[in-house]
Ligand binder design. Structure first.
Ligand SMILES: C[S@@+](CC[C@H](N)C(=O)[O-])C[C@H]1O[C@@H](n2cnc3c(N)ncnc32)[C@H](O)[C@@H]1O
Length: 451
């Protein structure tokens, strides 16, 4: 069987990847987690070899489906993908995963429907749509149970304590938080996606057009009725951040080279979760978490719980007056750190943010930017090494899938974007920052010095 043949080559990638996963788990005395059972954290969840093999399997499996399926069948799947968003959003709103928690035998739709006051026949149709796509399981006719995917949407609070729209509803529940965020404010914003893209002069993103506001998403989250949504967004961000290995932050910059008591300012830091990694690894440094005031209120609470001793010793401090479009209040800082900040804004806004930092920089100041690098779907000399034939250069759904989704999410919510390597370097050059190097990864670390 020739591996020049795309179908055989894809099948071989899947087969070899499955062997890698199986070997990795059996060497640890485990079997690969079952899709049927609820999610439990496992010893290899963050293992790099497992992640690499998984990427290849996912990229190849998706490509083999696109190859063998009749084109019309693929469009019948892709075009109505909104039902996936809507049914997931519904399951989250109705806390169905929480209702099914610890019930391996499942619940009949009559009982679920009675609990959430929804017609059981319609409910069965919704849950069957999801179960067909491996979210929930239909264990007997009209009886549904959690599986590995649906259980991952459980919230932390017991079902009887869940109150819709409460501030802490999504704390510690990143999957539910992401589902809620994507299927609520983002999904609604898509009503104006096409008109925004077709209007070449448009500055206001679909989000502003849909919600008829001049506020940014961040300012909108500060409104009393939306604060729970802002907190939900922070929970989703934290979940994403937790998937980035600590080594990415530790190795992304030569922190050890900084003198004792050097100051690192986390600009637009939200809760400052990235600083939690750095403060433990580099206790000779001081850290300041900067954001808008309401966010800093939450950040203080987060640190008071996680590491109160670092707050009382002054090693970690907070600045609520950290609007990055105003002159920077922490002047001549050693390092300004920006994680997933620049992708929220168009180039013009990024120029203001970086110019404001440049205006108060000392000659030795560095900026460290953690953001994604947008990979192309075709071979690219500036990109990562090419994957095995016939996979797409960005590994299709496995890697490019997330990044292209995030890029459109940024466009929809903020008129922001994920940027290519060259776009970052040029942005620095336009704002007085000289590119020094990049450490590529799930989040890449760009280092710039004063030009
Ligand atoms: C995508 S989040 C990234 C948060 C954090 N850096 C992280 O990686 O978890 C962007 C952050 O920018 C903050 N932000 C938005 N507008 C801001 C402004 N004008 N000044 C300072 N921070 C702002 C938001 O509150 C939010 O916490």
């Amino acid at each position: 069987m020739s591996n020049d043949n795309p179908l055989f080559a894809l099948a071989a990638i899947i087969s070899s990847g499955v062997h890698t996963l199986n070997d990795a788990y059996s060497q640890r005395g485990h079997s690969f987690p079952s899709l049927t059972e609820p999610f439990r954290p496992g010893p290899l969840d963050d293992d790099k070899d497992v992640a690499d093999a998984t990427h290849l399997i996912v990229a190849a499996a998706h490509q083999i489906i696109a190859t063998v399926r009749k084109p019309m069948d693929t469009f019948l799947d892709y075009a109505p993908a909104m039902y996936m968003s809507r049914t997931l959003g519904f399951a989250d709103e109705m806390n169905i995963a929480d209702l099914l928690k610890d019930k391996p035998e499942g619940m009949h739709v009559d009982d679920i429907g009675a609990k959430i006051d929804v017609d059981s026949v319609t409910l069965a149709r919704i849950l069957r749509y999801l179960a067909t796509r491996h979210v929930f399981r239909e264990v007997a006719p009209n009886v549904f149970a959690n599986n590995r995917l649906s259980s991952f949407m459980e919230k932390v609070h017991p079902i009887e304590e869940i109150k819709p729209k409460s501030l802490t509803l999504y704390d510690g529940a990143p999957a539910a938080a992401f589902v809620g965020h994507a299927t609520d404010e983002t999904f609604k914003s898509l009503d104006n996606f096409s008109s925004f893209v077709r209007d070449r002069k448009a500055k206001d993103p679909p989000f502003k057009l849909t919600f008829k506001t001049q506020k940014t998403l961040w300012q909108w989250y500060e409104e009393p009725d939306n604060q729970w949504r802002g907190r939900r967004f922070a929970a989703a961000m934290k979940g994403f951040g937790d998937h980035i290995p600590s080594s990415a932050y530790i190795e992304g910059f030569d922190w050890q080279s900084l003198k004792p008591d050097s100051v690192v300012v986390d600009v637009g830091g939200s809760l400052g979760t990235a600083m939690l990694v750095l403060v433990n690894a580099f206790p000779h440094l001081k850290f300041v978490v900067q954001d808008l005031e309401p966010v800093i209120v939450d950040a203080r609470k987060f640190w008071d719980e996680k590491a109160p001793e670092l707050v009382s010793s002054g090693q970690v401090s907070f600045q609520g007056a950290g609007n990055f479009f105003e002159p920077q209040v922490s002047k001549q800082t050693d390092v300004y750190f920006l994680r997933l900040v620049l992708h929220d804004w168009p180039d013009s806004a990024n120029e203001k943010i970086l110019n404001n930092l440049r205006a108060v920089a000392a000659p030795h100041t560095k900026i460290v930017i953690f953001d994604t690098i947008m990979p192309l779907a075709c071979p690219d000399e500036a990109g990562p090494p090419p994957p095995p034939f016939p996979l797409l250069a960005n590994l299709g759904l496995a890697v490019g899938g997330f990044l292209t989704m995030l890029d459109l999410q940024m466009l929809t919510s903020f008129n922001g974007q994920e940027r290519t390597f060259t776009q970052f370097v040029e942005l620095g050059a336009r704002t007085g920052w000289k590119f020094e190097g990049v450490k590529p990864g799930m989040l890449s670390a760009f280092v710039f010095s004063t030009a």
